[in-house]
Design a protein around this ligand. Structure first.
Ligand code: F6P
Length: 324
């Protein structure tokens, strides 16, 4: 392998820049050329390439987003688009690819590898923490801290006005952000897609906390939760069935994807970036680098695409007990 391309694809996440930096510098370490691809898989089709050296990635370890930009490419879903991408890679004499992204990115990479036998290593970069085969994805820790900081602020108003706040957080179909940020922010209830609490149990529980002397409440709602999917409808239902509180809704939205990466995410991104290039140099391909029990591991891409990593449901008990 003499030339490796790197791209970021799908939803951006804090720490992607740190991962690119690690890939570029590990290529330099191995005396291999490195090329950046703009706008993810779409950039392969448009041959939007730029040479990258160790100094091209200076001062970015602390920056959120991705300087290579990202996109969700529709063209890459077509055979024609992927053929064009392969032709462009060959013309640019690129031998292998490091793709930083989530399951959409990995699905595209798997199909591409099957069609053209092109060496690819994936790095999990998404705030959702929903990739099988890795305990953590890059950006998840920063998103948790962002959510906790936001809820801390909401708590001030909830407490001052005796209100109940429903706070919607991202995560697509995964409740990891909701469950962990909910515990960290001391939420009364946490609604996640992995466990169906049901509206009535929610009302009963909120009534109990009111009777136990609580004057305000925070309910963290994962965007993928069945009853939380219509958060305004849920707020109306609570208003009708629980007169004790004034109910407010806050949707945190894309603030969860931005901001400077936490130290944990910077270190994780650096480790996975180095391990990805090392893996390619050792002849590995069609795999993802994950982190398991604190160690970098190489996971076949098909494994990474087998559903999501399991949420630790014991945390629900912790949430229930600590919110008594
Ligand atoms: O996958 C990351 C994520 O932020 C999800 O949590 C969310 O559902 C989705 O992306 C939002 O996507 P977009 O930025 O395209 O609206």
């Amino acid at each position: 392998i003499q030339k490796i391309a790197v791209l970021t694809s799908g939803g951006d996440s804090p720490g992607m820049n740190a991962a690119i930096r690690a890939v570029v510098r590990c290529c330099f370490y191995h005396k291999v050329d490195c090329v950046g691809v703009y706008r993810g898989l779409q950039g392969l089709i448009d041959a939007d390439f730029t040479p990258l050296g160790p100094r091209s990635v200076k001062n970015i370890i602390n920056q959120g987003g991705t300087f290579l930009k990202s996109a969700r490419s529709e063209d890459f879903r077509t055979k024609q688009g992927r053929e064009k991408a392969y032709k462009n890679l060959k013309e640019a004499t690129i031998d292998a690819l490091v793709a930083i992204g989530g399951d959409g990115t990995f699905t595209g990479c798997k199909i591409f590898n099957e069609e053209f036998n092109f060496p690819i290593i994936g790095i999990p970069g998404t705030i959702d923490n929903d990739i099988n085969g890795t305990d953590y994805t890059i950006g998840y820790d920063t998103a948790l801290n962002t959510v906790v900081e936001a809820i801390d602020k909401i708590r001030d108003t909830a407490n001052s006005h005796n209100r109940l706040f429903l706070v919607e957080v991202m995560g697509r179909n995964a409740g990891d952000i909701a469950l962990n940020a909910g515990i960290g922010a001391g939420a009364e209830e946490i609604l996640i897609p992995e466990e169906d609490l049901g509206k009535d149990r929610l009302i009963a529980s909120l009534k109990r906390s009111k009777e136990a002397g609580k004057s305000s409440s925070i309910v963290v709602v994962s965007e993928g939760d069945q009853i939380g999917k219509n958060i305004l409808g849920l707020a109306e239902y609570i208003k009708e069935n629980l007169q004790e509180y004034e109910v407010k809704v806050t949707v945190l939205g894309h603030i969860q994807r931005g901001g400077a990466p936490s130290c944990y995410d910077r270190v994780l991104a650096s480790r996975l970036g180095v391990a990805a290039v090392d893996a390619l140099m050792e002849g590995k391909r069609d795999a993802m680098i994950g982190i398991r029990h604190g160690k970098e591991i190489v996971v076949p891409i098909v494994e990474a695409l087998k559903g999501k990593n399991e949420i630790d449901l014991k945390l629900i008990r912790v949430a229930d007990i600590t919110s008594l």
